[in-house]
Design a protein around this ligand. Structure first.
Ligand SMILES: Cc1cc2nc3c(=O)[nH]c(=O)nc-3n(C[C@H](O)[C@H](O)[C@H](O)COP(=O)(O)OP(=O)(O)OC[C@H]3O[C@@H](n4cnc5c(N)ncnc54)[C@H](O)[C@@H]3O)c2cc1C
Length: 443
């Protein structure tokens, strides 16, 4: 096939609506928007339904590894996103007394791709604008209340509330990217999967460093010396990360500590500064000084779900992606990246299987994604455990944030084109079975 007629392949944008597959994406976070973008690029028709009335500034620092950066670059968004991000080449890690225990080099690009650490809302805006530029119909103020599939298993639909009315919308596939509090999860599983407390919570903040006097205080100006910085402190089942972006102007910090809490419908609360400062009582003075500069902060309880037995409905016409399927601990720095990979792989699988084999596409997609997601998730627990169980003499690379080749050098789109046919053949020949975790990856 000549390149002028090529409609399929890594980075190739297929003619609009060329596959005839219609998709409703529920949720316009990174997972939902990325899925919509890739579905559009692969020739499917897609609409995004988002509950909130419009884009708004929410969240603070979020990370995308080179595995997601590779996709973002393919969309041509590197320059726009990079200018919003923290530009550092190392993490300077201390013990709580302020002795440097490791300077971890963080070279970028890594395995041919950039990684991004920046403000969630700013990066989200760039991705949203790209989605709109592709002609994707993103509807704000649409709250999905219910999911269904028809008896023949040939259509899926949602009952959605918008502008005071409840209407039904149908498509070949419904992708639920509705986040950690997913409503679709119960529809898929047939029972309420209760989240659990991880036993940890974070205080987090993002603010303008100059307005808060970070640059004029000798205890905090380490973050604002004309360039960005990334510092960390570890001790007594706590770790504290502080960094700056945009030439040291914008500051963010996250401090993770043990916290027993009951899981309720809400796990994000305003943080009280006296409680925050109590966590670093007796620590090197730069820690309290940096924390105290924030005008406000959030107390974000870290909840976890055991791996779900499946991400797809019985008729394989409703699927969970992103946090709805597999929430991540922040220490994995992969929640957003894996949500992006989910959408990329799903779009390829649908393109290769075609409209008449849509359940096969979805089943193969789950099989391709399931173990990789779980392995990425476990990185979060590994980093937290190594830092929080750190002994006074621990130093050096044993404290590094992992940047493994299997995770960061991976190209989800290339891989999906490579492995789809053999995975699909296996399902055709042997039937579909729910994924099984090997013992070493089980919770
Ligand atoms: C407000 C907010 C702030 C966040 N802040 C941070 C942060 O600072 N740092 C960090 O690392 N991660 C943060 N996260 C999580 C991070 O964005 C995700 O872990 C990651 O990007 C995966 O995204 P996702 O699209 O799967 O889920 P999410 O980003 O949670 O997106 C889910 C989307 O679905 C929408 N939705 C939910 N229910 C419905 C419904 N019934 N109908 C229609 N739409 C619905 C939600 O409004 C939301 O926009 C935040 C998430 C949110 C929603």
């Amino acid at each position: 096939m000549s390149s002028s007629t090529q409609v399929s392949g890594t980075g190739v944008v297929a003619p609009p609506d060329s596959t005839g597959i219609s998709i409703i994406v529920v949720g316009g976070g990174f997972g939902g928007l990325s899925c919509a973008i890739e579905c559009k690029r692969k020739g499917h028709s897609v609409v995004v339904l988002e509950r909130v009335p419009g884009l708004h500034i929410q969240g603070d620092v979020i990370s995308f590894g080179p595995n997601a950066g590779r996709i973002i670059q393919r969309w041509g968004l590197h320059d726009k996103i990079w200018e919003l991000c923290r530009h550092v080449d190392k993490l300077v890690l201390h013990n709580y007394l302020g002795e440097i225990v490791r300077e971890q080099p963080l070279p970028l690009p890594l395995w041919g791709a950039w990684g991004y650490d920046g403000h969630r809302a700013e990066m989200h805006q760039v991705i949203y604008e790209y989605a709109v530029s592709l002609g994707i119909d993103v509807r704000f103020g649409y709250t999905v209340q219910e999911y269904y599939e028809d008896d023949a298993g040939s259509k899926a639909g949602v009952r959605v509330e918008a502008k005071g009315e409840v209407v039904s919308m149908e498509a070949d596939l419904v992708v639920a990217a509705d986040g950690v509090k997913s409503k679709a999860r119960k529809y898929i599983l047939g029972y309420d999967d209760k989240p659990r407390s991880s036993g940890y919570a974070v205080y987090r903040a993002w603010f303008n460093g100059q307005e808060q006097g970070v640059d004029t205080d000798p205890l905090t100006d380490y973050l604002t010396k004309g360039e960005d910085a990334f510092f960390g402190w570890i001790g007594r089942d706590v770790h504290f990360l502080a960094s700056s972006a945009k030439g040291g102007k914008e500051i963010s910090w996250v401090i993770t500590r043990k916290n027993d809490f009951e899981v309720t419908d809400n796990w994000s609360f305003p943080g009280k500064m006296e409680d925050v400062l109590a966590v670093v009582d007796g620590w090197e003075p730069r820690c309290a000084a940096t924390l105290a500069k924030a005008p406000s902060c959030i107390d974000w309880k870290l909840i976890i779900h055991d791996p779900l037995p499946t991400w797809i409905s019985k008729s394989a016409r409703v699927v969970l992606i992103g946090d709805a399927a597999h929430p991540f601990l922040p220490t994995s720095m992969q929640g957003g990246s894996q949500a992006i990979e989910d959408g990329v792989v799903l779009a390829v699988a649908l393109q290769l299987a075609g409209k008449d084999n849509l359940p096969l596409a979805v089943q193969a997609w789950e099989k391709i994604r399931y173990l990789r997601v779980r392995e990425s998730q476990l990185i979060g627990e590994d980093v937290r455990n190594r830092w929080h169980r750190c002994q006074p003499g621990d130093r050096g690379p044993m404290l590094d944030v992992p940047r493994p080749e299997w995770l960061f050098a991976f190209d989800a789109e290339v891989n999906a084109y490579e492995v789809f046919e053999s995975v699909a053949r296996d399902i055709r020949e042997n039937g579909y079975n729910r994924p099984v975790l090997p013992p070493e990856l089980a919770p």
